[in-house]
Design a protein around this ligand. Structure first.
Ligand code: PLP
Length: 428
């Protein structure tokens, strides 16, 4: 079923009148998001309610400080917005304290360093090319230059984190801070296993659940809450909220976390984002969201099986969550060439390093794909064979420079997308 199209100048009338140039660009991006199969695992479609909340007059306020302890007057309403959102976050994730002010995932992680360690101290995190995030102590990040970053990876034979190796590293390097979680990790994170290592070396343990927060909220991935000191998360990936972040912690760390975020690192919070996070958290507490989270994982599993059956080499052999990391070495097509051909076919992915990659990070061997956005459109597991077939045709066509297959797939993709309108967007 196809919903009627709403012209962009009616969707955003004030914008269209005041700035036709930018209004046209917004409309073009809406079109792109409507017509393409978006497989970037960190992206999603927020609901119309989240979109509305992030475009409100809460934008107009300055609110340095925390509810009840502000540096500006006029916070009668904003205090309630922030308190409500923080309460929802605590309830959903089962932690004692929530700070909902971090501007995004990277500043949230920097606040964790500021809260717990000093420059030069050792942090243990997963290395970027093995699936970790820049902010877990990688060299080009401030976290790897101001702190002593020690990095674990995955085993070459299994593609998975080996906790015995992590423990050996921790005992040898005595980190004060340990990050678990990552940005290209297709397998379940063993929070309890990391917690016992952190206890043994006396380190603060942070679960960075930026990618999997929605799966945890929806019960499709185990929760870190019983095991870790701090949870860091973005709000815009599987959690399906606005671009933003949160730090959750045990009560004993609340003060350190709050002081690190403000005044340690940031000025005024983005109140319109806080409200939109609150809306997303309310949505994430519903039975509908639980089935969404389950469907995201089911779609990723099925897509992985269909790709494996077509000769694709999946890092770790498959997935437990929303993402697949694919080594294209066997297909003899570099990751970037494949990603660009897929983009021309209306299938949006990113090129990505695979563990032990022999190619350079800006021209790696793999692609990373995920199912959060397509699942938000309601695309079911029964369509994953079609998606896998498109990916196969385009990647193989890219290898032989066959553009006509690419454009064939593009029109097939568009036809399927027309049948599954995306939340918050116009359709044809
Ligand atoms: C996305 C991500 C971040 C950073 O989020 P930004 O909002 O892009 O700064 C941090 N950690 C992990 C594991 C991520 O996947």
């Amino acid at each position: 079923m196809t919903a009627p199209s709403v012209p962009a100048d009616l969707r955003h009338p004030a914008l269209a009148a005041a700035d036709p140039e930018l209004a046209a660009l917004v409309a073009a991006e809406e079109r792109l998001q409507a017509d393409t199969l978006r497989l970037i695992p960190s992206e999603n479609y927020v609901s119309a309610a989240v979109l509305e909340a992030s475009g409100t007059v809460l934008q107009n306020k300055y609110s340095e400080g925390y509810p009840g302890k502000r540096y500006y007057e006029g916070q009668q309403v904003i205090d309630q917005v922030e308190t409500l959102t923080a309460e929802r976050a605590k309830g959903l994730f089962g932690m004692d304290h929530a700070n909902v002010q971090p501007y995004s995932g990277s500043p949230a992680n920097l606040a964790v360093y500021l809260a717990f360690i000093e420059p030069g101290d050792t942090v243990l995190g997963m290395s970027l090319p093995m699936g970790g995030h820049l902010t877990h102590g990688w060299g080009v990040s401030a976290t790897g230059t101001w702190f002593n970053g020690v990095q674990y990876g995955v085993r070459r034979d299994t593609g998975r984190v080996d906790l015995d190796e992590v423990r050996d590293l921790a005992l040898a390097e005595r980190p004060k801070l340990i990050f678990c979680g990552g940005t290209a990790v297709p397998r379940e994170i063993d929070f309890a296993g990391f917690a016992s290592i952190a206890r043994e070396v006396g380190a603060v343990l942070v679960a960075d659940i930026a990618h999997i927060a929605g799966l945890i909220a929806g019960g499709a991935h185990p929760s870190p809450a019983p095991h870790v000191d701090v949870v860091s998360t973005t709000t815009h990936k599987t959690l399906r909220g606005p671009r933003g972040a949160m730090l959750l912690s045990r009560a004993e760390h609340a003060r350190a976390i709050d002081r690190a975020v403000f005044p340690g690192l940031q000025g005024g919070p983005h109140n319109q984002t806080t409200a939109a996070i609150g809306v997303a958290l309310r949505e994430a507490a519903t039975p509908d969201f639980r089935s969404y989270a389950r469907d995201v994982v089911a779609n990723a599993r099925t897509l992985g099986e269909e790709l494996a059956a077509r000769g694709f080499d999946l890092v770790s052999g498959g997935t437990d969550n929303h993402l697949l990391l694919i080594d294209l070495t066997a297909k003899d097509v570099p990751g970037k060439v494949a990603a660009k051909a897929l983009d021309r076919a209306g299938i949006v992915v990113n090129h990505n390093s695979v563990p032990y990659d022999t190619r350079k990070p800006f021209d790696p061997s793999g692609i990373r794909i995920g199912t959060p956005a397509l699942t938000s459109r309601g695309i079911p597991a029964s369509e994953m064979a079609t998606v896998a077939e498109w990916i196969t045709r385009v990647v193989e066509a890219a290898g032989r420079g066959d553009e006509s297959t690419v454009s064939e797939v593009r029109s097939e993709v568009k036809a399927l997308m027309d049948g599954y309108p995306a939340p918050g967007l116009p359709v044809s």
